[in-house]
Ligand binder design. Structure first.
Ligand SMILES: [Zn+2]
Length: 447
């Protein structure tokens, strides 16, 4: 980057308040964070963390205030004011319950901030220093920080109400407020992820170096080669690699976003990957790849909803909201875990590509990773078939929970759980290999 293009740093106050500015205007928050000094960004993260921890601490105070006591053989529910609970915790000192709750709140915040920032890394890193890309990832997350605090607060509210309902009414079935808890949690997650993706795009220009043009045939740096000359390394005309007249012809999906073209692109990604990637337009900075992936997550979510409705059709659940709770849970969890799995595989791919130093820049890597999303169907299908197997009889809700718990072999040593873990691991490894090979296939046009 040219030294003369360095704009003046934003004022520390604006940086400090940027997460809150971001609630109303993401564009302004990003503008404030873009050129902010690292120290100010850290200050902003600390302020955000303090507010988040205070809210989380208060939520836990409320939850501890709801107690069940058995007096003379009779069950009584006691709701203590949070002032009382706080008073008790103060007496216990820093190593008591209060201290532990505060520490856990702090650790959850730090872990959340670090994990969210790191999962943005494959979507951000193009070239240059890793620290620069990580810094941009942190700024993207911070720009959405105020919204995250607001949504966490509404989630905390329903958490307290659910705890209250469970203790007071001791229901045989999950209380109604749990449906709201699931809805707020799932929807918040989707909103936050979309918002952070938007922030990534807003902040991108500032933190990504102007990347050199590269030869489509051999990857040679063409920044000092005139467009009408030939590549000094392999002799291919430079005009075929740069500008609008490239040898990459593109696919109809990149021209027109219709369902037919989306299905066509999906077929090619799954069954003709080399052909697909060697023709794909890679130089345009449109968002076709992101849309392609997002549509797959939406399709998966809808399919999961249909699958759950079919499973429930043969079940005799009486309460309609319990039905709604299960269907809602599955509809939201599929894109959440699907998205998380995708990010984890993408991160592993990026780290291996970085360590092996086999590509000079990552501008195409993220595009490939987005196009590799259809592979997630296999992941969902294996999970779905295991859960279906686990819910063969009636009493569905209990069975969905049991079937899901069985897949955690650390909790109990169920053979079905172990088999599930191995199957998912193998699917994940095959997927990772595909992503890696896909990135290598687009590196240069070898077709
Ligand atoms: Zn060349």
């Amino acid at each position: 980057m040219n030294a003369s293009t360095h704009p003046p740093a934003t004022s520390p106050i604006k940086t400090l308040l940027a997460p809150w500015t971001g609630i109303l205007s993401l564009r302004r928050a990003c503008a404030h964070l873009r050129h902010a000094r690292t120290l100010d960004v850290i200050g902003s993260a600390i302020l955000l963390g303090l507010i988040w921890c205070a809210l989380a601490f208060t939520t836990v105070l409320f939850m501890f205030g709801i107690e069940e006591r058995v007096i003379n053989g009779e069950r009584n529910v006691l709701i203590r004011p949070i002032g009382d609970v706080f008073h008790n915790w103060k007496h216990e000192g820093i190593t008591g319950t209060g201290g532990i709750v505060a520490l856990v709140c702090f650790l959850v915040f730090v872990a959340g901030l670090i994990t969210t920032s790191i999962t943005q890394f494959p979507a951000i890193h193009r070239a240059g220093h890793i620290a620069r890309s990580l810094s941009q990832a942190l700024r993207s997350v911070l720009a959405c920080g105020g919204l995250i605090v607001l949504l966490s607060a509404s989630f905390g509210f329903f958490l307290v109400v659910t705890q209250h309902e469970i203790i007071i009414t001791q229901p045989d079935e999950p209380p109604l407020s749990m449906a709201f808890l699931v809805l707020t949690g799932g929807l918040s997650w989707c909103i936050i992820i979309l918002r952070i993706s938007a922030a990534n795009i807003q902040l991108r220009d500032a933190h990504n170096l102007a990347l050199p043009d590269r030869c489509e045939s051999c990857g040679y740096d063409l920044s000092h080669t005139p467009h009408d000359a030939r590549c000094q390394e392999c002799g291919q005309p430079a005009s075929e690699s740069v500008g609008d007249n490239t040898i990459r012809l593109g696919w109809p999906w990149q021209e027109k976003t219709t369902i037919r073209h989306w299905l066509h692109a999906t077929f090619l990604v799954l069954f003709r990957p080399t052909r697909f990637y060697s023709r794909l337009h890679m130089r345009r900075d449109d968002e076709h790849h992101a849309l392609f992936g997002r549509l797959h997550l939406i399709a998966m979510s809808s399919s999961a909803m249909l699958w759950m409705l079919l499973l429930l059709a043969k079940d005799d659940i009486e309460s309609p909201w319990e039905r709604f709770l299960i269907v809602g849970l599955v509809t939201l969890l599929v894109p959440i875990f699907g998205g998380l799995t995708h990010r984890a595989v993408a991160l592993a791919t990026t780290v291996v590509l970085l360590l092996s130093k086999r590509i000079a820049d990552f501008r195409w890597a993220w595009i490939v990773m987005c196009y590799e999303l259809p592979y997630l169907w296999l992941f969902c299908a294996t999970t779905g078939s295991f859960i279906t197997l686990g819910t063969m009889d009636s009493a569905l809700f209990r069975n969905v929970v049991d079937a899901t718990n069985r897949y955690l072999p650390t909790i109990n040593n169920d053979p079905a759980g172990n088999l599930f873990m191995w199957v998912q691991l193998i699917v994940g490894l095959i997927w990772w290999r595909r992503m890696y090979k896909g990135v290598m296939a687009v590196r240069f046009n070898n077709a």
